[in-house]
Design a protein around this ligand. Structure first.
Ligand code: TYD
Length: 132
């Protein structure tokens, strides 16, 4: 399985909706870093990398976008448009994200601090590493 979709517990009432993500049972790892992406220009393809160790849960908190995931054997596209759902990706998965709506905000919860050495930014290198 290249990914899991996590349905977050949502506290909805007459005012609207709220999701709280806390260390513990509802979340697959201890969060060390959060970053978010917005204002992405049309036709841009972001990502184009894999991680050697890092795990991530990705939430499209506004708008929509597509994640293309690749484990070296097959490719799958996941459409994200639900702030109450998280896309959980473990290590060694090549990812590209595209088709950003104008109002798209993507929040990423990461298991590690930022470390450029954890990135595999070349697809051929990715294929080589996962075949070891
Ligand atoms: P990059 O990972 O290339 O973005 P994407 O894969 O979404 O296209 O990151 C863009 C820039 O931001 C790059 O210079 C590294 C920097 N950056 C940080 O400094 N800290 C972070 O946590 C992340 C994710 C990126």
């Amino acid at each position: 399985m290249m990914y899991e979709l996590i349905d977050f517990k949502t506290h909805g009432d007459y005012q609207g909706s709220l999701v709280a993500l806390e260390k513990g049972e509802d979340f697959p790892f201890d969060i060390k870093r959060v970053y978010y992406i917005w204002g992405t220009k049309q036709n841009v393809v972001r990502g184009k990398h894999a991680h050697r160790k890092l795990e991530q849960v990705i939430v499209c908190t506004s708008g929509s976008c597509d994640f293309i995931l690749d484990d070296g054997k097959e490719r799958q596209t996941v459409h994200l448009d639900n702030p109450a759902q998280g896309l959980y990706i473990k290590h060694n998965i090549w990812r590209e994200f595209t088709n950003f709506s104008q109002d798209c905000v993507v929040m990423v919860l990461a298991s590690e601090h930022y470390d450029e050495a954890d990135y595999i930014r070349n697809y051929d290198e990715f294929k080589k590493e996962i075949s070891k």
